[in-house]
Design a protein around this ligand. Structure first.
Ligand code: TUI
Length: 318
């Protein structure tokens, strides 16, 4: 299971843990990195000092490589760029935007850069300006998503680019991991399954909601206005639906109303455990996630299953 992304980053297994805002802290990322994957600390919407603490914590937990995800819609994105340069973070992933204007600084600081790309065009642009790899995220993923599915997007980006491709969205076990390898991926990024890791400090209500989720339980809000987000259906997503129906009829839709509804909603779910008014972001694969396990158990079972599936011994798991 040693692919070119393992060589590039110095990791044992080609498994990234998603940089989930408010969720992916040093506790989870440190455990993933220690287990041979790539642990990722989420910048999310947090200010520099908060992320700095997590970086210091992970440095004390492990000598293995880790990354910081910079969420480019964050008002603090600029200061998180300063922070990763100051702290000599070895790897940065970016999401929710185009990181071109920061690329020179990342490269000057010998930071490996792996942007999330929702299209071939952005993938090509990122390769041209020096990205070391890309994360190709399909709309099966949780949180803020693009328009295409993993199965369609991964082979198209893999054909167009020479740098390694990490597939994300809809991958929860060795079958999914083997499948994206067949599509040309060199690695995977997994969010939803790591959400229920023992080391993940998300509220217990959130974990139980994921474990109880069925295949049909996620929805995408803000399809027409603002930023589309996939989350588990609840009171909040129903309110979004109503607002969307109302605003679609208006000549000048009020985007502020969408922003207000979303304000602090992820924090409410992650920290306060509010499963009604909080945003319980999760991928479509939530229905497959059945139990809490350590990060190490998750990674080892992923690798074992993937190897078996690729060897053609899938029957073992039926
Ligand atoms: O970023 C994510 N997932 C996220 S961010 C997040 S926090 C948030 N909450 C509410 C609203 C918005 C954000 C929760 N989940 N995944 C990576 C990702 N990146 N998905 C889609 C994209 C993306 C979209 C457009 C990347 C680049 C892009 O480029 C547009 C451009 O400017 O070229």
């Amino acid at each position: 299971m040693n692919t070119r992304i393992c060589e590039l980053l110095g990791i044992k297994y080609p498994v990234f843990q998603g940089g989930m805002a408010w969720i992916a802290n040093a506790s989870l990322a440190g455990a993933v990195s220690e287990s041979g994957g790539l642990g990722i600390i989420a910048g999310g919407n947090a200010p520099k000092e908060v992320v700095k603490k997590e970086i210091r914590k992970i440095k004390a937990m492990t000598n293995k490589p880790f990354a910081v995800n910079i969420m480019l819609l964050s008002p603090f994105a600029e200061e998180i760029v300063d922070l990763v340069c100051e702290e000599k973070v070895p790897i940065v992933t970016t999401g929710a935007g185009n990181p071109s204007k920061y690329m020179k600084r990342f490269k000057e600081n010998s930071i490996k850069v792996i942007p999330v790309v929702p299209s071939v065009a952005l993938g090509l642009r990122m390769e041209k300006i020096g990205a070391d790899a890309v994360i190709v995220e399909g709309m099966e993923a949780g949180g803020h998503i693009g328009k295409l599915t993993t199965i369609s997007l991964v082979p198209q980006v893999a054909d167009a680019l020479s740098i390694p491709v990490i597939a994300a969205g809809g991958i929860g076990d060795g079958r999914g991991m083997a499948a994206v390898f067949m599509l040309g991926a060199d690695g995977v990024q997994i969010g939803t399954r790591f959400l229920v890791a023992k080391e993940c400090t998300v509220h217990e209500n959130y974990k139980q909601k994921i474990i109880q989720a069925r295949d049909i339980d996620t929805v995408v809000t803000c399809q027409h206005f603002g930023h589309p987000v996939r989350a588990l259906k609840n009171k909040l997503t129903r309110e979004y639906d109503q607002l969307e129906k109302l605003e679609l009829k208006q000549e000048n839709p009020d985007l502020k109303k969408f922003e207000e509804l979303g304000q602090g909603a992820l924090y409410k779910a992650v920290v306060e455990g509010d499963m009604d008014s909080g945003s319980v972001m999760a991928g479509q694969i939530a229905g497959l996630v059945k139990k809490e396990e350590t990060a190490e158990e998750i990674i080892h079972s992923l690798i074992e299953e993937t190897t078996e599936v690729i060897k053609g011994q899938y029957q073992k798991y039926l």
